[in-house]
Write a protein that binds this ligand. Sequence first.
Ligand SMILES: [Zn+2]
Length: 297
Amino acid sequence: VSGPGPHPLGDLAELVAGVLPPDRARVVGAHVAACPVCRAEAADWSAVAESVRRAAIAPSPELHGHIRIALASERATRPDAAARLRWLLALVVGQVRVVRREIWPASAVLMAIGALAAVALLGHGSAGTVFALFAPLAAGLGIALVYGPGNDPALELALATPASPRLVLLARLTLVVGWDLALAMAATLALAVLGAGGGMLALIGLWLGPMLVLGSLCLVLSVAVGTAPAIAVAMALWAARTLEVSRPTDTLLGPLGPVLDAVWQTNVLAVVVALATLATSLWLLPRLRVGPPVDLI
Ligand SMILES: [Zn+2]
């Protein structure tokens, strides 16, 4: 993190004293503004210049101004914890405008379809199971649209911000997963009030694990191979699971049946799989990203 070229240490005293030729002063001043090493050195010379000024020799106010600005900008690059939290919050909220707009209504429509299908089946005891088909799909499709390479209209913008792509991804996930969880909880509350079997916790248990697993699967696929394959895999798994739930005695799915049964559960394994997949996605992200190199978290 130094300015361009070698440190102009030999020129700093003259720079601070204001006796460097203007052309050279501009070059050295620009370097000092970008270089902490030379800034510290210039600050020492500035202290010397200050004592010289007290000896009634006029300093260059312009140069003092430059150095003050340089020192202030160095302080400004070290934000405190509160400022950093505010910045993170602004980053998350800022993603509302940047993520694809169709994520919000698409998730809501799929959740509503699932809730309506569940209400239609209230008497059959499978209402929760039916809703647990749609809630994970809604989350998976939304997440697949969050950050796919080649499918991100705001990619250039994201790369130009001081936030790393990983931080941008986490901010967007926070928003989209928060939206899906809020929708699913509202639908579950409505189903519980209407008398769907088992009460709130049992109903949540039907969709939460599958939502985590399908969502994280869509995330890693969209990051690694793109949004379209992620959506295709999510739809295929959803169709297979729907087939399995609607015709449980058929063995059409073969060995996929037990896999789907294992996936559509809420347990420690689902949480572990989701976290491991999230970590894998974050690890992959900067390695697969095209464009200029970017800072890691
Ligand atoms: Zn330097």
